[in-house]
Design a protein around this ligand. Structure first.
Ligand code: CP
Length: 313
């Protein structure tokens, strides 16, 4: 039996966490938990979705496709390398073509910040859109699955001490998470190389060396070094990074008992954190990936409803 939610949010597109207010974030978490508990959606009209990934992905791409298939959407494969974008077709004209052949919804990952401005608000396009990551801009589906994972552990965000550590300036996950965590009432801290910290983050939280953070952290979010966004980078010394900024076993031993360790993936073992900690009892990496499917189901449902797709009641 399909469960109809009185307060299910409806969106034509989701491209930024700033699109969502706190109540909508809580509703999406609640709906994702319903899906995790086995809730199903019954489409009465076909819906066609294409996942356009112009950057590599394991988690986001497969979990969106899993979520789409679990909801009963028809996935129309799209390979950027084999598409006519290699002949110079723009993203906008690619979307126009997919719209014309009957695709209803796009999930897009793109290396360019704000690429979605090419697709939103154009009268010639009638597609729903979910941003699966834009350059160093935003990663709303990762952020929402992270909020779901934290909510499962702690229930409430008020006063929760969250540390985001690593390549802050190049991380779309960090940008999305700091914005929503502040609105949810968490207390934020940052750490990592000072060169990858920007004063723009001071409005959200406090920068501290990792050794001054570990004992007062409820949630430690580690970030991958985004080498692909470091133009002209010289040789990167992984051992030195690990020793100065990483979560070593010694540092992890000083975390409070209730603390959890999160990472959006992909993880570089013995760079962001000691390899053994990946499988440790405080790690939530696998839970994050599992929750990603259910959160993406909730996001997709909200965009189906916002675009009157699937004949949902
Ligand atoms: N967290 C995340 O976006 O991982 P992928 O790049 O593998 O999708």
């Amino acid at each position: 039996m399909m469960k109809v939610l009185a307060n299910m949010p409806e969106f034509q597109s989701i491209v930024s966490m700033q699109d969502l207010d706190v109540a909508e974030v809580e509703q999406l978490i609640s709906r994702a938990e319903d899906f995790k508990a086995g809730a199903q959606l019954k489409l009465t009209e076909p819906v066609y979705v294409s996942n356009l990934f112009f950057e590599n992905s394991t988690r986001t791409h497969t979990s969106f496709e899993m979520a789409e298939r679990k909801l009963g959407l028809t996935v129309i494969n799209f390979d950027p390398q084999a598409s006519s974008m290699s002949k110079g077709e723009t993203l906008h004209d690619t979307a126009l073509s997919l719209d014309a052949v009957g695709v209803n919804l796009l999930v897009v990952r793109h290396p360019q910040n704000d690429y979605y401005n090419e697709l939103l608000g154009h009268a010639d396009l009638s597609l729903g859109l979910i941003n699966a990551g834009d350059g160093s801009g935003e990663h709303p589906s990762q952020s929402l699955l992270d909020m779901m994972t934290i909510a499962e552990q702690f229930g409430d965000f008020t006063g929760l001490r969250v540390a985001i550590i690593g390549d802050l300036t190049h991380s779309r996950v960090a940008r999305s998470n700091m914005e929503i965590l502040q609105r949810l009432g968490a207390e934020l801290f940052f750490s990592g190389p000072k060169a990858w910290y920007s004063q723009e983050f001071a409005q959200y939280g406090t920068y501290l060396p990792i050794d001054d953070l570990v004992e007062k952290t409820d949630v430690m979010m580690l970030l991958r070094v985004q080498h692909e966004r470091h133009p002209g980078e010289q040789a990167f010394d992984t051992q030195s990074y690990f020793e100065r900024y990483g979560l070593t076993k010694e540092r992890a031993s000083r975390l409070p008992e209730q603390a959890i360790i999160m990472h959006p993936g992909p993880v570089n073992r013995n760079v962001e954190l000691a390899s053994d900690l990946v499988e440790g009892k405080q790690s939530r990496f696998v839970t994050q990936m599992q929750n990603g499917v259910y959160m993406r189901m909730a996001m997709l449902e909200s965009v189906l409803r916002g675009n009157h797709l699937g004949g949902l009641v």
